[in-house]
Design a binder for this molecule. Structure first.
Ligand SMILES: *[C@@H]1O[C@H](CO)[C@@H](O)[C@H](O)[C@H]1NC(C)=O
Ligand SMILES: *[C@@H]1O[C@H](CO)[C@@H](O)[C@H](O)[C@H]1NC(C)=O
Ligand SMILES: CC(=O)N[C@H]1CO[C@H](CO)[C@@H](O)[C@@H]1O
Length: 370
C-alpha cells in the first residue's frame, strides 16, 4: 500500500514554491488572461482559472505536484465509489505493473481506450472520468453499448518516453487478445493523452522497435475504428503565432510545455528517432512523408481552440492528417482555450461544442456498424 498523501501545504517546500513563485506569476498571468478574454469575448471564469492553474503548473516542480495530487488509481477508486459504479481494475499480464481501469463491463460490444491528459506529469482527474461517463451515457441513448478503458500510464520525470507509448501499445494488444476486434475500438485522449494517441497511431503505421509485432496484427484484422485527439501536443516548434501572443488566456505557455517536454524526452531515444525522421515521439516535427498512406485508423477527429498555445499546431495536424490518411479526418476548432472538454467537466459546466463534437464522433463511428 502507498503511504497516505500529505494534505495540501503540509509540505513546506510546496508552500515556499507557492508564495514565492506561483503567486507572483499568477498576479501577472491572471490580469493578462482577463484582458485577452474580454478582447475575444471568452468566458471570464475559465480565463481566471487558466491564469492561476498555468502559474501553478509552470512554477511547481513535478515531484511537488505529484506529492499533493491524488494518484490515478485513488481518483478512480473515489470516483467509482461516489458513482455507485462497479470497480474493475486489470493488471496487464504482459507487463505486470500497468493497470487498466474500467468504466462499464470488461467484455462489452465496443470500447474506448482512453489516455488522460496532464502533461504526463499530473495523474487522472475526476473531470476525465465524468467526461467519459457522459460519453457512455450519451452513446447508450443512441443505442451504442460501450465501455471505457482508462490506461494508468507511468508519469514523468520518473518514466520518460517511450514508456507511456509502450504501455499504450500493450493495452491495445490486450484489448485485441480479450476478443475485441479493431473495428470495435476507438482510442483517444486530451492534451498529453492526445500526444500518446498520436504515438500509438504512429506505431500502428510504422512499428516502433520497442514493440514490433502489432503492425502485422492490424494488417490481418483491418484498421482501428477511430481515434480522437483533443488539443494534442504535436510539435515542439515554439515559433508559431499561438505561442507568441502578447496576452494569453490559455492554461499552457511556452515555459511549461518546454520544461515538461524536456522531462519527457531527455535521456530517451526520442532525439535520435526524430533526427532519423521517425515520428513516434512527436507528429509534426518530422517530414510529412513519414505519415503518408496512413491506414491504421478509419476515422480521426482532431479538436482544438483558437486561443490555446497549440492552436496553430492542431490546425496543421488536422490538415496534415487529411492529406496523409486514407481514412476520414475531421478538424473541429472552437473559440476556446486548451482542452475544452476537460475544462467543461472539471468546472461542472454544460457540455461545450467541442465536447459534443467528440461524443458525436464516437457515436457516429460505432452507430454505422450495428
Ligand atoms: C516553426 O514554425 C514556424 C511558424 O509556423 C515556421 O515558419 C518554421 O518553419 C517552423 N520551424 C521548423 C523547424 O519546422
Ligand atoms: C471566433 O471569434 C471570432 C472573433 O474573435 C469570430 O470572428 C469567429 O466567428 C468566432 N468563431 C467561432 C467558430 O465561433
Ligand atoms: C452503456 C451503458 O452502460 N450505459 C450506462 C451509462 O451510464 C448510465 C448512468 O450512469 C447508465 O444508466 C447506463 O446504463
Amino acid at each position: 500500500m502507498e503511504a497516505p498523501k500529505p494534505p495540501p501545504f503540509a509540505n513546506w517546500r510546496l508552500l515556499f514554491t507557492f508564495v514565492f513563485y506561483v503567486l507572483p506569476s499568477a498576479s501577472i498571468r491572471i490580469p493578462g488572461a482577463v484582458i485577452r478574454a474580454c478582447l475575444k469575448r471568452l468566458p471570464l471564469g475559465p480565463a481566471i482559472w487558466n491564469g492561476f492553474a498555468g502559474a501553478l503548473m509552470a512554477n511547481t516542480p513535478p515531484s511537488q505536484l505529484q506529492a499533493v495530487l491524488p494518484s490515478t488509481i485513488d481518483v478512480y477508486d473515489a470516483w467509482v465509489a461516489s458513482h455507485g459504479v462497479s470497480r474493475a481494475v486489470e493488471i496487464l499480464p504482459t507487463d505486470d505493473s500497468t493497470r487498466l481501469l474500467w468504466i462499464g463491463p470488461k467484455k462489452f460490444k465496443k470500447v474506448i481506450l482512453f489516455f488522460h491528459g496532464g502533461g504526463y506529469v499530473m495523474p487522472l482527474s475526476k473531470g476525465h472520468l465524468d467526461w467519459m461517463e457522459y460519453n457512455r451515457t450519451e452513446a447508450a441513448n443512441y443505442g451504442v453499448q460501450l465501455s471505457v478503458c482508462v490506461l494508468q500510464y507511468d508519469l514523468i520525470p520518473a518514466k520518460p518516453y517511450p514508456r507511456q507509448m509502450t504501455q499504450a501499445i500493450l493495452a491495445l494488444e490486450h484489448l485485441l487478445a480479450c476478443g475485441y476486434s479493431p473495428s470495435d475500438i476507438i482510442f483517444g485522449g486530451d492534451s498529453a493523452g492526445g500526444h500518446l494517441s498520436l504515438s500509438l497511431m504512429a506505431h500502428l503505421h510504422h512499428n516502433h522497435p520497442s514493440r514490433g509485432s502489432t503492425e502485422d496484427l492490424f494488417k490481418l484484422q483491418g484498421p482501428v475504428k477511430g481515434c480522437f485527439l483533443v488539443s494534442p501536443l504535436s510539435s515542439f516548434n515554439f515559433s508559431t503565432p499561438s505561442y507568441n501572443r502578447w496576452l494569453s488566456a490559455d492554461v499552457l505557455g511556452r515555459k511549461v510545455v518546454e520544461k515538461w517536454g524536456l522531462y519527457l524526452v531527455n535521456n530517451s531515444p526520442w532525439y535520435d528517432e526524430i533526427a532519423a525522421g521517425n515520428g513516434w515521439g512527436v507528429a509534426l516535427d518530422v517530414s510529412e512523408s513519414w505519415w503518408k498512406s496512413l491506414k491504421a485508423v478509419d476515422r480521426i477527429l482532431v479538436t482544438g481552440g483558437y486561443e490555446e498555445v497549440f492552436g496553430d499546431h492542431v490546425q496543421q495536424l488536422g490538415k496534415m492528417l487529411k492529406r496523409t490518411s486514407q481514412g476520414e479526418v475531421a478538424l473541429y476548432m472552437a473559440n476556446e482555450t486548451h482542452d475544452g472538454p476537460l475544462m467543461d467537466f472539471s468546472a461542472g459546466r454544460p457540455a461545450s461544442g467541442t465536447t459534443r463534437a467528440v461524443t458525436d464522433f464516437i457515436i457516429a463511428c460505432f452507430k454505422d456498424m450495428d
